[in-house]
Every structure is written in C-alpha cells, then in structure tokens.
Design a protein around this ligand. Structure first.
Ligand code: FE2
Length: 547
C-alpha cells in the first residue's frame, strides 16, 4: 500500500511516501522553501516526492495525517471559551486559519479524493520512535509543546502495538515552559532552545532553580504548571506575564541585548529543571512498564543532555533522527517495525546534473572529478591540514541534524577552528558548541558513550582533551557515531582522517550559513560556498575550489 504521510501547521512541516513500512522518500518543507521551520502545507515536498518516485497523486492509496484536527479544535475552542472576550481576535484568526488549513480541501486541490487517516499527535511521535527502534518491547516517552490536548505521554510498545498508559494535557507542558524561558532570554521559541542548551553550562543553576520550581507542582506520575505565570491560554504572541518577571526578579532580555551572567544562570536553571522533570517521567516510564528499553519522541527529545540521563533507569535508549513534528509524518504511516531506516531520505543529484551546474560557474570555480578513493584521500589531507570543507553527498538528511551528507566538516583538534566557524562562516553566537562525528569502532576511546549514537541526540563526556573545537565548556560533546553500513563514504573519510592524524573524528556542522536551511541542491551548495570562507567544496566525487 502506498501511503502519503503529512505533518503541517505547527512547525517543521514534512511529507513522506511509504510502501508497507519502507519509507521511499521524505523531506521537510523548509528545504524547498528556504523558510526555517516552515509550517505551511508541504506542497513542494509532495510535488518532489511524486516527481522523484514517478507517481501520480492518484497512485496514493491513503493519506496519513500526523494529528487529529477535530480533537485539536476541541482543545482550542474549550480554552477560548474560558476567556471569550480576551480571546475574541485570537478566535477569529484561528477560525480563518482552520478553514484555510483543512486537509481535505488542500488534498482535494491536489486531485486526491481518497481516504485520509488521522492519528493522535503523540501517537505519531511514539510510533516514529518505537517502530524505528530495534526493540520489540519498550517504554515510550513523548514530550513536546502541545499536540491536540496532550503534551506528554508514556506508552508501552509491545510487538506491533502501542498502548498509552499516561497522558498529561495542555496547559501543563514542559515543552512550552522551555520555549517560554527561551523567549524570556531573548531567543526565538521553537528555534532558540538549542541556544539555551548551549548557554546553560556557562551558568550556575542554583540561583534561579528554586524560583522556576515554583511554576510547577506534582501529583503521582504527573506534573502541572501554574498558569498564573503564563499566557499560553490567551495569547499566541507573548508566552509570559508580569508575575513571571516578578518571580524571577530579572527583566526579560531583548534579542540584541548583551548576554549577562544572570541570563546564563537562568538558562542553567531551566536546563536543570527540565532534566529533573524529564528524569521523573523516565522513572515513571520504567516503573509502569518494567521494560529495559526506552524510546523517546516529541521535540523535547532533541535535548541531548537530558536524553543521556535516561540510562539511570534504562539499559538501552532510542532517539530517532527527527523526533519533532517532522518525523511524525513518517510515524503516522508506520504500523510495524522498520529497524534499518536511514535518515538519508531526501533528494540526491547524479554526476551529470552536478556537471551541468558546474558549467554555469566555470568562471568562478575549478572542479576536478576524482575516483572515490582519491577524493577521500585528498579531502582527508585537506581536513588534516585545517581546511574547512563543505561535504555534499548522496541523499539529503531528514531531521534537524546534518549527519554527513550535507555537512560542513573541519578538524576538531584546534580551538581556533571553533571560533573561525562560529564567527566567520556560520556567523552565530560564540558560546554555541560544535559536534563531533567518530567511527563507531573507536567511539569509546574518545567519548564516554553507553551505546551507538547514530543521530547526534545524546550529549556525553569527552574522554580526551585534544578535541577542543568539538567539546563544550563543560567537557561534553553531542556525538555522532558513524557506521560503514549506514554511511560508507563518510565512514571512509573518517577512517582516512584517522589514518593521517590517529584520530578518526571530524567536527560536523550542518551545511548552511546564518539563518539558512540545510543545503538542498548543488547550485545552492556552490552559491553558499562562494559567499562564505569555506575553503573547499566536495559534491559527489567533484573536488571544487574557488578561482
Ligand atoms: Fe509534537
């Protein structure tokens, strides 16, 4: 059965096409529109999916939608009815959006009149995580901002079934609490959370932790968030009120204001609070399922520091490559396991297509096509000699992380590389860390890992001190372990770097410049290469240098 999976209208819209439980292709809409975290109906992705798989919309047997619009409608209207006057304009805007965002109408406009299956938002998160894990029995914990009503669920995955055991509803949301403090610190919610995570190790959590804890209370197995500090029920622009400012006794930071030690302390307290609450949920998941295995899902599963703490209660932890709403497009389609699923599900470009693009830039770059062996050897030498290389190969990654197909690579062995990448190339805040990739076989020589981390979703301690450009201030790294079977070319490159330097580790950051989405096409790759201080560009087996 051919299914089209869709997630849309919150953030990170995405679509995929599956046949049985095999994902044939998938991508996020932002890659095609260039709008970061694009939440619109993923029309461009659907067009690409159909075109690349040589399908017509009438070939689709079923559409699987990642959430249930009726239940979401119930939540929104119930919340509005609590404050009819205060939410008057919000309700008007919502009604208009709801009309424009009807899945039936949008799909009908594409010529699709078949069956649409709606899944619960957190079921799609849980299904994506559990069905892409190697487990046949696992606890599944999903934590995000909000779905329909649910913000947190704990389920038991057993063979092909997922049984929900606990759910926590809006407005009690750890995801929204994290986003609120993110905006308090002057960063954009749903985007700036990574910055807060990066900032946290620079602060002392104790100063604001007790204050932040006042916003939460608990009953057995559940947390609640005191709404007197927040505006989540009646504003979609501001997430906090005066009472929160009084509680924290710190004015909210404006985006361009300097970061003070107080801001760093607040970031540290938020991260600490999140870790404490996350661990309580993990413990509950263990107690009520008795499983040895844990699957994590929902946007909060991008919190790599918290994720690593789950080993306190579980032997094995699985975090899929796109635990946020994008991955739910795939989760909605799966009804059984796909253990070997790879994140490399996006567009790829053949050599003749690359050649054609290179022809247009022949006055600005030279390009040599090498054998794979020679290319790996040459690129490894360039990296070992402290050059920065943009690495564009095969199919684009699905999910927020570049995992070696649309990556900017560099040697992690000198601290100044981090500064060059942050300030000159990515033009981002200096406190943000970069992540290392390492071949799996050697990973535990350099990092304190519990098990393979293929998707860069766990933060672990570095065992060595000679990787300063990819190690955070607290001595931790968000590692990617690379295997020959999953990404043979990237693996060979790491191996060759190891042969030259004795350290098969590379700094791996996504191939994009400030505020851009991850690179999609060879043309975009060359444009970005030309407009930056990246030293070399590699597309397939073409080694490219500015003239
Ligand atoms: Fe979600």
């Amino acid at each position: 059965m051919i299914k089209l999976g869709i997630s849309a209208f919150y953030h990170d819209s995405a679509a995929c096409i599956t046949n049985g439980n095999i994902v044939l292709a998938a991508a996020e809409e932002e890659r095609f529109t260039g709008i970061k975290h694009d939440s619109s109906f993923p029309i461009k992705t659907i067009e690409w999916l159909l075109h690349s798989l040589v399908l017509k919309i009438t070939d689709i047997d079923e559409v699987h939608w990642y959430e249930n619009p009726e239940t979401k409608d119930d939540r929104v209207k119930t919340i509005f009815n609590k404050r009819p006057i205060k939410t008057f304009f919000l309700r008007r805007r919502y009604n208009k959006d709801r009309k424009n965002n009807s899945p039936e109408a949008l799909l009908q406009a594409l010529g699709y009149t078949g069956k649409i299956v709606y899944h619960d938002h957190h079921y799609s998160h849980a299904a994506f995580s559990y069905f892409t894990s190697k487990y046949r029995n696992a606890a599944i914990l999903t934590v995000d901002g909000v779905g329909e009503w649910e913000t947190t669920t704990i389920s038991l995955g057993n063979d092909k079934t997922i049984k929900k055991l606990i759910s926590i509803d809006f407005p009690n949301s750890l995801g929204m609490l994290y986003s609120t403090i993110t905006s308090y610190l002057g960063f954009k919610p749903n985007e700036g959370e990574y910055k807060v995570m990066g900032l946290a190790p620079y602060g002392d959590p104790e100063i604001y932790l007790q204050k932040l804890q006042k916003t939460l209370y608990h009953t057995t197995n559940k947390y609640f968030i005191d709404q007197k500090y927040f505006t989540w029920e009646y504003s979609d622009r501001v997430m906090l009120n005066k009472k929160l400012c009084q509680l924290l006794d710190l004015p909210p930071r404006l985006p361009e204001e300097p970061l003070t030690q107080d801001h760093k302390n607040l970031a540290a307290a938020l991260q600490k609070l999140y870790e404490q609450e996350f661990l309580k949920l993990v413990k509950t998941a263990k107690n009520i399922t008795g499983s040895e295995n844990l699957c994590l899902g929902g946007g909060c599963a991008y919190n790599g520091v918290a994720n690593s703490l789950a080993y306190k209660y579980f032997k094995s932890v699985h975090i899929p490559f796109a635990p946020s709403d994008a991955g739910s497009a795939i989760g909605a389609c799966l009804d059984g396991h796909n253990v070997g699923i790879s994140p490399y599900l996006g567009p790829y470009f053949m050599d003749h297509q690359v050649k054609r693009v290179l022809e247009d830039y022949k006055d600005r770059v030279w390009a040599f096509k090498l054998t794979e062996e020679k290319l790996i050897q040459k690129t490894a030498e360039l990296l070992a000699a402290q050059n920065i290389v943009a690495w564009f190969q095969d199919r684009m990654e699905f999910g927020a992380r570049a995992l070696g197909n649309r990556s900017i690579l560099a040697s992690p062995m000198k601290a100044k590389m981090r500064e060059k990448l942050n300030y000159v190339i990515k033009k981002r805040e200096g406190f943000r860390p970069f992540a290392p990739s390492v071949i799996l076989e050697d990973a535990d020589k350099f990092f304190d890992i519990n098990e393979p981390i293929p998707h860069m979703n766990q933060v672990v301690k570095a065992k060595v001190d000679f990787l300063p450009a990819a190690t955070h201030i607290d001595g931790t790294c968000r590692v990617q372990t690379v295997t020959k079977s999953r990404n043979p070319k990237y693996y060979k490159l790491l191996e060759e770097v190891g042969r030259i330097t004795k350290v098969p580790v590379l700094l791996n950051t996504s191939f994009n410049l400030k505020d851009e989405t991850i690179t999609l096409s060879p043309q975009q790759a060359i444009e970005r290469y030309l407009s930056s201080d990246i030293d070399f560009l590699v597309i397939n087996n073409f080694l490219i240098k500015k003239l």
